[in-house]
Write a protein that binds this ligand. Structure first.
Ligand code: PHE
Length: 346
C-alpha cells in the first residue's frame, strides 16, 4: 500500500480502538458508530470521494476504506454483544432493600447517668463538673480526711508522677470520688447551693464482676440555712422512686464517711426478690445504692462558711452499679469491653 493511499486514514484505527474501549453503554457505543461509520465519518467520505481520485489510487483507497469499515463493524458488534450479556452493574434496582447503615447509640452508662441527672433537675439542681486529676487537698484534706489518718486507707488512690503545680495543695492524683468538687464549688460560691456533679473516678481495685479501676459517680450537694436530714431523706427517696419506680422501698442505714456527720448508706429493696433474699442481693433482701450524710462542720469551716448558720447534705452514688441494677447486668466489666453485641442491647 502506498503512502498516498494510507495517509487519509492515519491514526484512525487507534482512535477507534480508544473510543471503543471507553464505550461502556449502548448509547456510547452508538456514538462511536456514528463517529467512525456514520455519513459524516472519514471512511464514508473516502468511499464517496473515490470517483474524484486519480485512477491509480482508487483501488488502494477503496480497498483500505472497505477493510476499515468491515473491521469497525465487526468490533462494534462484538462490543455490543458483550455489553448485552454483562451484568447490569450500573443499573439501579430500586426494589432491592437498602444497605443498612450501622447506627450509633448512647452507652448504657451514659444513659443511666442521664436518667439520674434528669431526676434531680426538676428539684432545681445545677450540674457542675470538676477535674479528674485532682490535688490531695481537695480529694482528702478539705474533706476532713487528714494525712496519716486511718480513714484515708479506705480510699486507695492512684497518685500521679507529675510534679504538683501547686505544692501547697499536695500531690496530684486521679480523684477517688467526686466529693472534691464539693469543696471546689463551696470555695468560690456562697450558699444557697444545690449542685450535682457527674464524673469519672478512679480506684486501684483489681478487676472483678463488681470492681473496675475507673467508674462513674454522681455527687449531690445542698447547702442552705435550713437543711436537715429530713430534707436529705425526702430528696433521695423521691429520686429513688423516680428512677426505680413508685413502689421502690428504701432504707437509710447508719454508716461512716469523714466528710459527713451523721452519715448513712442507702439501700433499696432487692429488685429481684423484693426483699426476701436471693443471689443478686446476697440473701440480704437489700441492695446498697449510695452514700450520704449531713456535711461535716469541719468541711463547712474549711471553705470559710459559718457552720453555725448554714447546714448542708451530700450524697454520692456509683453509676455503673445503678446501670447494672436497672438492666440486670451481672458483670461491670461488660460496660468497658466495647463489644457491640452487648452495647446494641440498650
Ligand atoms: N464520696 C463517697 C464515696 O465515694 C460517697 C459520698 C458522697 C458519701 C457524699 C457521702 C456524701 O464513697
Amino acid at each position: 500500500m502506498s503512502d498516498a493511499a494510507t495517509r487519509p486514514f492515519g491514526g484512525l484505527e487507534a482512535a477507534f480502538q480508544a473510543a471503543l474501549a471507553q464505550a461502556t453503554t449502548a448509547q456510547a457505543l452508538e456514538a462511536v458508530r456514528i463517529k467512525f461509520l456514520g455519513r459524516k465519518s472519514e471512511v464514508a467520505a473516502a468511499l464517496k470521494g473515490l470517483g474524484a481520485l486519480p485512477a491509480d489510487q482508487r483501488a488502494e483507497v477503496g480497498k483500505r476504506a472497505n477493510q476499515l469499515k468491515t473491521a469497525f463493524e465487526a468490533r462494534l458488534a462484538e462490543q455490543q454483544a458483550a455489553l448485552a450479556t454483562a451484568p447490569a452493574r450500573a443499573a439501579l434496582d430500586v426494589t432491592l432493600p437498602g444497605t443498612a447503615l450501622a447506627q450509633g447509640r448512647l452507652h448504657p452508662v451514659t444513659r443511666t447517668m442521664d436518667a439520674i441527672l434528669a431526676c434531680f433537675v426538676p428539684l432545681g439542681f445545677e450540674i457542675i463538673e470538676g477535674p479528674e486529676a485532682e490535688y490531695e487537698y481537695y480529694n482528702f484534706d478539705r474533706l476532713n480526711i487528714p494525712r496519716d489518718h486511718p480513714s484515708r486507707e479506705h480510699f486507695d488512690t492512684f497518685f500521679l508522677e507529675a510534679p504538683s503545680p501547686q505544692p501547697a495543695k499536695g500531690r496530684l492524683l486521679l480523684r477517688s470520688h467526686t466529693s472534691p468538687v464539693q469543696i471546689r464549688v463551696m470555695e468560690r460560691r456562697k450558699p444557697p447551693l444545690r449542685i450535682l456533679v457527674p464524673g469519672k473516678v478512679f480506684r486501684p481495685d483489681a478487676l472483678d464482676p463488681s470492681h473496675s479501676f475507673m467508674f462513674h459517680q454522681v455527687e449531690g450537694l445542698v447547702v442552705d440555712d435550713r437543711t436537715s436530714f429530713a430534707d436529705l431523706k425526702g430528696v433521695l427517696e423521691q429520686f429513688l422512686r423516680a428512677l426505680f419506680g413508685e413502689d421502690t422501698q428504701a432504707r437509710f442505714r447508719p454508716h461512716f464517711f469523714p466528710f459527713t456527720e451523721p452519715s448513712a448508706e442507702v439501700d433499696i429493696a432487692c429488685r429481684v426478690c423484693r426483699g426476701t433474699g436471693c443471689s443478686t442481693c446476697g440473701q440480704k433482701g437489700w441492695l446498697e445504692i449510695m452514700g450520704c450524710g449531713m456535711v461535716h462542720p469541719n468541711v463547712l469551716k474549711g471553705v470559710g462558711y459559718d457552720w453555725q448558720r448554714v447546714q448542708g447534705f451530700a450524697f454520692g452514688m456509683g453509676v455503673e452499679r445503678i446501670a447494672m441494677l436497672r438492666h440486670g447486668v451481672k458483670d461491670i466489666r461488660l460496660f468497658f469491653e466495647n463489644d457491640v453485641r452487648f452495647l446494641e442491647q440498650f
